[in-house]
Design a protein around this ligand. Structure first.
Ligand code: G4F
Length: 323
């Protein structure tokens, strides 16, 4: 019989790629959908899987809706990807971020425990938990020091996952994912803002691109590669935590250079640094060490930043061209 999975945050970038991966593997896929915005389903549509995902109305802040979704889906694997995931917004909405990104994960864990379904659980943890980094390369034993309400909320969710594993023997794993991007990335995140900006400037629809701290460094990978690691974690005999990263870090500035050069432009002539986009506390540099994932899951990234940015710029050239 086909396996069944429930994805919270199915309409987001990772939710859409994970849904496609699981559908390709023969799973029945259900998605918990918080209907807050008008078109939440464009990513599933773009991947051509909208009709293959059973969408269930629900919200991480409402444990009764999660329990109903677990019953309706019969999920054997639950992937908790839903969150208020934009770091900058977490200073404007710290309590909402704590409720959805932090306590929301605990609601899912508790719903699984109360329904006694034995479902395996994946938590979308994040490199933002390392924040003010304590080691040059961050791995599973690097101490955490979050720098935003988002990072703090994710840390609560991460430790809740570890705690439910240790307290109740739940098969609960946490993927500490470094930044992962794609043409399905939301426009508020810097890579997509840059790929969209480069495309618009190239097509004469925009003159400049205003960014914040372009000296920040990130370990950027392709979301399509990273969802494979999520699935692999839930196929292991024992639950555990894994860093998922490329092991390479690049400045926002150099990421801009790659994107603009792809369309024959010099980023220096178009990018304007605007203090409006600076954050109250910045994570200056992130660099992951994915050795454990490679050794235990057999996972490694396939897509480098050059290829990723070219893919994103090409997708935005097509989108902007259609407007
Ligand atoms: O693309 P970003 O907004 O991603 P950020 O803050 O690193 O968070 C992303 O990755 C995390 C994993 O580490 C996830 F947990 C999280 O949910 C999200 O997916 O910003 C990247 C960097 C930051 O240093 C930011 O200050 O780019 C810098 N930046 C410079 N100018 C900008 C801009 N970021 C945005 N969004 N917009 C700018 O104009």
């Amino acid at each position: 019989m086909a396996k069944s999975a429930l994805i919270t945050g199915v309409s987001g970038q990772d939710g859409a790629y994970l849904a496609r991966l699981l559908i390709d593997k023969g799973y029945r896929v259900s998605g918990l959908l918080a209907r807050r915005s008008s078109d939440t389903l464009w990513r599933l549509r773009e991947l051509g899987i909208l009709d293959a995902v059973a969408c269930i109305d629900g919200d991480l802040s409402d444990i009764s809706s999660i329990r109903r979704a677990l019953d309706a889906s019969g999920a054997e694997e639950v992937y908790n990807l839903a969150a208020q995931s934009f770091v900058a917004t977490s200073w404007q909405q710290p309590l909402l971020t704590a409720q959805i990104t932090g306590v929301g994960a605990l609601n899912v864990l508790e719903a699984i425990r109360l329904t006694d379904s034995g479902a395996r659980f994946y938590q979308a943890s994040t490199s933002e938990m390392f924040g003010l980094i304590q080691r040059e390369r961050q791995d599973e034993v690097t101490p955490f020091h979050p720098r935003s309400p988002y990072g703090v909320a994710k840390l609560f969710a991460h430790w809740s996952t570890v705690n439910y594993r240790e307290s109740f023997g739940m098969h609960a794993s946490s993927g500490i994912l470094f930044n992962h991007e794609s043409p399905l990335r939301g426009i508020e995140f810097v890579t997509r803002k840059v790929s969209d900006g480069a495309a618009r400037i190239k097509l004469g629809k925009q003159k400049e691109l205003r960014l914040g701290n372009i000296d920040a460094k990130r370990d950027w990978g392709f979301a399509g590669d990273y969802v494979e690691a999520m699935w692999l974690m839930l196929q292991q005999d024992k639950p555990d935590d894994y860093v998922i990263a490329t092991g390479t870090t690049t400045t926002v500035r150099d990421m801009c250079r790659i994107a603009f050069e792809h369309v024959g432009l010099r980023y220096e002539e178009h990018v304007v640094v605007d203090p409006k986009f600076f954050r109250p506390a910045e994570v200056e540099v992130l660099l992951g060490n994915p050795s454990k994932a490679k050794a235990k899951l057999g996972w490694q990234p396939k897509t480098g930043l050059n290829e990723l940015m070219r893919m994103m710029v090409d997708a935005d050239l097509r989108r902007v061209g259609r407007e």
